[in-house]
Design a protein around this ligand. Structure first.
Ligand SMILES: [Zn+2]
Length: 636
């Protein structure tokens, strides 16, 4: 009892006070054998990260009104979703609907750019345009019987420069924060200074072949672009923006087939000047509804807030620190060294930028192409299974079956998680029918299994090495979907770019290796955001799962300081997430998870990786694998 307290309290009061403290002290002693009460982590619980997300929609060159080429805000908004819940798509194909705990409600901020902005923007396009012959699809458009006009000239406009201009000027000129998700719907056609144009991206030839798809291919002259990161090696924006622009006064283009007026392969969005034309393959009379579809099914579902193809949680509950892309190359053509078609610096660099919270490496080794391995590849090629009815007679499953049976022969076991990649370089042109690669599942639960990649002299001559295929397919393996297929939550629809969703091809016109458009080898800002959100939810929920075992232990209190630290990191993760600092959120969530792992280790609660692949290795056939799950390696 200190002097100050005595000064204010009479002796009797002090006695009462001490007596009152005794039971409390007793509780405190009991508390030393009870673990801390957590405020953010939830032992055994599942946290859904709920976010109210602002989506800016900026109309540039469009006016509000009832005309066919004007915007009806009510009609536009009527097509947009109020909410989203992220699912694992592949398991859902098998009937297993799993939500990730990454949920959104949307607020839409519609802005019509003012004249000053439009004058500056279209003036900029005018200064950077480069005169070129008509594109192939502009020529094709000009022979459509029911077209509204003739295209008489064409200009190329550099797409990355346009995205940079929007990043640099939108906030200062019209007060829209482009670090929030922002769609620009552009219409130059409404102005007297209009020029027919296409957007190009020509700064990123194939890393292995040097082939410049953006320069050389007509089909790579586009009407939309965006998603560039601040630090993209070719066209980095310098600061964080979340921009996608879509210009129906550009093109028309080949990628979305929107030159087709008389007949179309599916639901396309024609050039803006066709709105009001009722003589096309469908009446072009609902611009606001069509742009609503693009905003919903492309920008929101495929770019901004996507659902992953595969479960992004690799080997839960013990998540990997080190990830190795383990490439096994079958050199079928003895006259050519196909190892030259793998850029072993670029592959881990690009994947490492997406898996920012893991250490990513690559291992490239040759695999003998002989006996059973050769037979199985040939069965795959001629499409008659070597395995009879084992996988329903589907020869496409043969490569999975063979490598599943022989996995131990191929995995080195020197990373916490290995992505098994099998490459085939064949001497026959288009030996695999033009197939570049696929990220297979396990044919049972929709869990990712192996990556297969293919090349041959003909594919190589058309521009393709192995590096871009490997980055793309491993992108799938760790979860990423294409920007042209995905999931719409409110309609519970998994869709691809065909039929009513044909226009979804426009998602490929963004700066991601997950597209088919071959204009870059990076993951986009949208990819990074999506992966960081998945990662945040996964670390927190795997921590919650492990905490159930920890809190069931009588020794839990011994790990009290680690548990408190974990809870603090989890709270910081939620704060960062709410501020759209998804990278920071994932980092804090990982620190929370690592504290929980350390707590488990401290009191001997066992945590093991449980991917089916890890289970296979854990059957005792690889002693190296036992080393890789050592708790020591995961200590913070
Ligand atoms: Zn793909």
């Amino acid at each position: 009892m200190d002097k100050l307290l005595k000064k204010f309290l009479g002796a009797a009061t002090v006695l009462v006070l001490v007596a009152a403290l005794l039971p409390a002290t007793g509780v405190a002693f009991a508390g030393k054998s009870a673990p801390p009460t957590l405020t953010t982590l939830q032992p055994g619980g599942f946290r859904s990260l709920e976010q109210d997300l602002t989506v800016n929609v900026v109309f540039v060159g469009y006016e509000q009104g009832a005309g066919y080429q004007d915007i009806d805000e009510t009609a536009f908004l009527a097509g947009l979703p109020a909410s989203y819940r992220t699912i694992n798509r592949y398991p859902y194909f098998y009937g297993n609907k799993q939500f990730l705990g990454v949920d959104f409600t949307y607020d839409y901020n519609l802005v019509f750019a003012d004249t000053a902005f439009e004058d500056a923007f279209f003036g900029y396009l005018d200064t950077i345009k480069v005169s070129k012959p008509l594109s192939l699809t502009q020529v094709w458009y000009n022979v459509e019987a029911n077209r509204s006009l003739d295209i008489t000239e064409n200009y190329w406009i550099d797409a990355p420069s346009v995205e940079q201009w929007l990043a640099d000027n939108t906030s200062s000129m019209i007060g829209v924060d482009t670090s929030q998700y922002t769609i620009f719907f552009i219409n130059w056609y409404s102005r007297p200074d209009f020029k027919f144009h296409v957007y190009t991206k020509t700064d990123e030839p194939d890393p292995d072949t040097g082939y410049n798809f953006g320069e050389l291919r007509e089909s790579r002259k586009v009407i939309a672009w965006g998603g560039t990161t601040p630090d993209d090696e070719e066209s980095g924006l310098g600061s964080l923006h979340r921009i996608w622009f879509y210009d129906l006064s550009a093109g028309p283009d080949y990628w979305t087939d929107n030159y087709a007026i008389d007949a179309a392969p599916g639901y396309t969005m024609p050039p803006i000047w066709e709105y009001g034309n009722m003589a096309g393959y469908r009446p072009f009379d609902d611009l606001s509804g069509d742009l609503g579809k693009v905003a919903r099914y492309v920008a929101i579902d495929l770019l901004f807030t996507t659902s992953p193809l595969y479960k992004p949680a690799l080997s839960p509950p013990k998540l990997p620190e080190t990830v190795q892309v383990d490439i096994n190359l079958y050199q079928i053509d003895p006259s050519f060294d196909a190892t030259t078609l793998f850029d072993t610096d670029l592959i881990p660099q690009e994947l490492g930028e997406l898996l920012a919270h893991n250490s990513v490496s690559v291992d490239l080794a040759e695999a003998p192409f002989k006996s059973r391995a050769e037979d199985v590849y040939n069965c795959f090629i001629i499409d008659i299974s070597c395995y009879g009815s084992r996988l329903f007679g589907i020869a496409f499953g043969d490569l999975f079956l063979y490598h599943n049976d022989h996995l131990i022969d191929y995995l080195d076991g020197d990373a916490d998680y290995e992505v098994p990649v099998f490459g085939y370089y064949d001497s026959e042109p288009f030996a695999a029918g033009g197939l570049l690669g696929f990220a297979d599942d396990d044919w049972a639960t929709g869990t990712q299994s192996y990556v297969f990649a293919f090349d041959d002299p003909a594919l190589q001559a058309s521009g393709y090495g192995f590096s871009s295929t490997v980055i793309h397919e491993v992108g799938h393996h760790i979860g990423m979907s294409h920007p042209h297929d995905g999931y719409d939550y409110e309609t519970d629809t998994d869709f691809g770019p065909d039929g009513d969703f044909y226009f979804a091809w426009s998602g490929d016109e963004s700066n991601t290796i997950m597209s088919y458009i071959d204009l870059n080898w990076d993951f986009s800002q949208f990819d990074r955001d999506n992966m960081n959100r998945y990662t945040t939810a996964i670390y927190l929920n795997q921590a919650n799962a492990i905490l159930a075992d920890i809190y069931a232990s009588s020794k839990a209190a011994q790990a009290g300081s680690l548990l408190t630290s974990a809870d603090n990191h989890a709270a910081q993760a939620l704060t960062a997430y709410a501020a759209m600092d998804y990278a920071g959120a994932a980092m804090h969530a990982k620190l929370a998870y690592l504290d929980v792992l350390a707590a488990a280790a401290q009191i001997n609660v066992k945590v093991e990786p449980q991917s089916w692949q890890a289970d296979y290795k854990a059957k005792g056939e690889s002693s190296k694998f036992v080393d890789s799950v050592d708790y020591q390696r995961s200590k913070p």
